[in-house]
Design a protein. Structure first.
Lengths: 355, 464
């Protein structure tokens, strides 16, 4: 039905839109809990050892998780050059802030434990908190803007400024993703840490769950209403957002009942359902114009030629299984819960001098 | 295009690219080179079970990790700023340039980050063999990453395997294999790889020399210094040989860059090479040292080969592309080229003298050499920087040679935005440089403990 409309995406373009959606979903699923752990750092830890327990739950993986973002960015550049070019220059200042946050956060993980001073560590702890909270918020704002419209004029030229991107709907989107990633981090910590940190993560999850439910439900409801009115497809019937809202309602209970594995699976599903809703709403566009629907940037307009998409498709098909296999394997290698080292009398606990 | 205090978006965007790229490229060659060196040291440790090898592996491993982190975080900016500052470039080249970038993420970044995680946190949890394999896989990831980004850059230097879509005016890929086997890429990849290896080896040599002079762990550091000297000699010979090969290719593919490198204004047969110039490069220099015929040999491999001059090339470019200046900044191309070559020769001598001292068993006692080795630690970093600046400046005014000028590649964003991010990135990077270099100096100066063999130390519960 869709394929018969003029200017609608070809099968290959639909495949690449799906693949990029999968990369973003993978990124938010994985770095979502990294962000959450960072945001929860001041709340689940009482001393330096607690903080190290929390950081070490994501220690071996955070960098690999962030590569999902780099691959999503690179794949968007290759498969939809106009999407990459228009969105990245349009979201200029927001993206600069995200990059600055990710820089400080990444440096913090590697540098924090190399100094002994409490002030040194306290500064890097702040970098981890803000470096996690700010992108967690801004990614929601950006994706909300994608579907609710950005100031695209004729020829897809950006006609607005920074404050065109900060609207109530987008802000609600940011609050929803910040809350959801934090909750996702809490269920991850419940699964991966032990002792006091695990208990505090459980309490945090139980307390955060209702707040997150309100923010996510409100955001999805708003998305559904506006999507319906502008005749966007993919959300009728709205099974995906309803699934998100229903599963999210159970997270508080799962955390309370100490069903930690299921609680994590639930927040993971909600993260993916939330972003799936947005991307389904976006289809068949990659950017919606708030100026006039005629200026929407469509998948077909933004896409590379079939040859590039085919070559890239083969590369993705051949190598993605290997990547998933070895990245999955590392989660198996580091499956054990991270615990505080036993206190040996007369010995001060220090950071190891070298690996 | 907008301006801020008379400075255009274009100038600001170019400065931003220069700042972020030069900074990123200070650390990346060290990541590649040191990754290889650490993998070699760990292999020796694995084979011999000798604690001295183990000590130096851990010692340089820490430095490698601190350096790796800064390469990672500045690398994200590299990938995103094409879209932010160079959106017209991005939409023009995305079909071609985007492909190696995406493949770099899938094939290289996942490999290096995942296995580095295993390497950092896996000691004692995975077998020694898997632990050794993980550093080799991470090292392979860094080398693969360089391959894809250089394939992308080489397409900007020498576009192949494409056509221009008449409707959208975008460059469209017609032959992926041609892009990945671009002669410019194959030549540049070897040169850059070996330069990265010698960056790692000169770094290891300089630090090992510092400790040897102070009598710290003389067994371990003497071994590390020997490995580093061998790598330096081999890699510097390969870098020079491949660089010479690139010069010939440059004369054929980008003659203007070659002419600018020599400040050769008029076409000449049997052209001489000036080692240095004082005064004006264009007409009557005050003082110049010239070596006859060398430029012709460098550029064309023949004693009396013809090297084209800037004036003739400019006239030809005007005829082909229309009015405008097609001459890059000659003084910058001239001096970066000379500094690169000079430093390359200095590094070769550092390795060669070291090899001679090693053969005559005087390395550990030669205080003067060890002091020089520590001072010369900075040379590969300078050489990498000026080499990269030369290859990018020499291509101007083009961003994609012959197809798209830099002026037409910049985003239509306000100069205020670019100024904000330029100031922001410069401030953040300066801060990072201070913290990073301070930490590396501290780690590099801390002598490894000889008391207990680290191999028998308990596995730490918390690594970070």
């Amino acid at each position: 039905m869709l394929a018969s409309l003029p200017g609608s995406p070809s099968g290959l373009e639909q495949l690449w839109f799906t693949l990029i959606a999968v990369l973003w979903l993978g990124y938010f699923f994985l770095e979502g809990f990294d962000f959450g752990v960072g945001v929860l750092l001041p709340f689940v830890a009482r001393d330096d050892l607690d903080r190290r327990v929390a950081i070490n739950t994501i220690g071996p993986m955070w960098d690999g998780n962030e590569v999902w973002l780099l691959t999503a960015g690179g794949a968007t550049f290759a498969a939809f050059p106009l999407w990459y070019a228009t969105a990245f220059s349009g979201f200029y200042l927001a993206l600069f802030v995200v990059l600055a946050a990710l820089i400080f956060r990444g440096m913090a993980f590697e540098l924090r434990h190399r100094g002994e001073g409490t002030r040194w560590r306290a500064w890097w702890d702040r970098a981890i908190f803000w470096g996690s909270a700010v992108p967690a918020l801004l990614w929601g704002v950006a994706f909300a803007d994608f579907v609710h419209g950005v100031p695209l004029g004729a020829g897809h030229a950006w006609t607005g400024g920074f404050f065109d991107l900060v609207k109530p709907y987008a802000l609600l989107g940011g609050v929803a993703t910040l809350a959801l990633f934090t909750l996702h981090g809490a269920t991850f910590l419940g699964l991966k840490s032990d002792g006091a940190v695990r208990e505090r993560a459980r309490t945090a999850a139980a307390r955060l769950a209702p707040v997150t439910w309100v923010a996510v439900t409100g955001f999805l409801f708003w998305t559904y209403l506006t999507a319906h009115h502008t005749h966007h497809t993919g959300l009728v019937p709205p099974l995906v957002p309803i699934a998100a809202v229903v599963v999210l309602a159970g997270v508080g209970w799962l955390a309370h009942e100490r069903l930690e594995g299921w609680a994590f699976v639930a927040t993971a599903l909600v993260v993916m359902a939330l972003f799936s809703t947005l991307l389904l709403d976006l289809y068949p566009n990659v950017l919606v114009s708030s100026v006039d629907p005629r200026f929407d940037l469509t998948i077909a307009e933004a896409a590379s030629h079939p040859y590039t998409l085919e070559v890239m498709g083969w590369v993705a098909l051949i190598f993605t299984p290997f990547v998933l296999a070895y990245q999955g394997w590392t989660y198996w290698v580091f499956r054990r819960r991270v615990v505080r080292p036993p206190v040996v009398p007369g010995e001060t606990t220090r950071a190891p001098s070298a690996h | 295009m907008t301006t801020l205090a008379g400075i255009s978006t274009l100038s600001l965007a170019r400065w931003q690219f220069a700042v972020t790229t030069v900074f990123h490229f200070l650390f990346v060659p060290l990541t590649i080179g040191l990754g290889l060196l650490v993998a070699i040291l760990q292999t020796a440790s694995y084979r011999t079970r000798d604690p001295a090898w183990e000590r130096v592996t851990r010692f340089f491993g820490s430095l490698f990790l601190v350096n790796f982190a800064i390469g990672v975080v500045t690398g994200i900016v590299q990938e995103f700023q094409f879209g932010m500052d160079w959106s017209r470039y991005s939409s023009f080249v995305g079909n071609i340039f985007g492909a190696p970038l995406a493949i770099e993420g899938l094939l290289a970044f996942f490999l290096e980050s995942t296995f580095l995680g295993v390497w950092i946190f896996g000691r004692g949890r995975v077998s020694a063999r898997v632990h050794l394999a993980s550093i080799w896989l991470a090292s392979a990831g860094t080398m693969l990453s360089a391959a894809f980004i250089l394939a992308a850059n080489s397409w900007m230097q020498h576009p192949v395997g494409f056509t221009i879509d008449p409707k959208t005016h975008q460059a469209v890929m017609t032959d992926f294999w041609a892009v990945m086997t671009n002669s410019t890429f194959l030549a540049a990849y070897g040169h850059v790889m070996f330069a990265a290896f010698l960056t790692g080896s000169v770094f290891v040599l300089g630090i090992a020399a510092w400790h040897l002079r102070r009598g710290h762990d003389t067994v371990g550091f003497a071994r590390a210094a020997r490995v580093a000297i061998v790598v330096t000699v081999l890699a510097s010979i390969a870098t020079m040989f491949l660089g010479d090969n690139q010069a010939k290719q440059m004369e054929a593919q980008q003659p203007m860059k070659m002419a600018a490198a020599e400040a050769l204004y008029s076409t000449e047969r049997g052209a001489s090479f000036s080692i240095l110039t004082i005064g004006n490069l264009s007409d009557n220099p005050i003082f110049q040292i010239r070596v006859p015929h060398v430029l012709s040999v460098l550029a064309t491999n023949s004693w009396n080969g013809e090297v084209k001059g800037i004036d003739q090339l400019q006239a030809k470019d005007v005829a082909t592309y229309g009015p405008g200046s097609y001459v890059p900044m000659v003084w910058l191309a001239y001096w970066t080229f000379r500094v690169m070559v000079g430093l390359g020769i200095a590094i070769f001598l550092l390795g060669g003298v070291g090899l001679w001292l090693m053969r005559t068993r005087r390395l550990e006692r030669s205080n003067r050499y060890l002091r020089w080795a520590t001072w010369l630690l900075v040379t590969p970093f300078l050489a990498n920087t000026v080499g990269w600046v030369f290859t990018e400046i020499g291509r101007q005014p083009w961003v994609v040679y012959g197809l798209l000028t830099t002026a037409k590649a910049v985003s239509k964003v306000s100069a205020g935005y670019v100024a904000t991010s330029l100031i922001g990135f410069t401030a953040i990077y300066s801060f990072l440089a201070v913290v990073e270099i301070g930490l590396m100096v501290r780690l590099a100066k801390r002598p490894p403990s000889l008391e207990t063999s680290p191999a028998e130390a308990p596995v730490p519960d918390l690594v970070y």
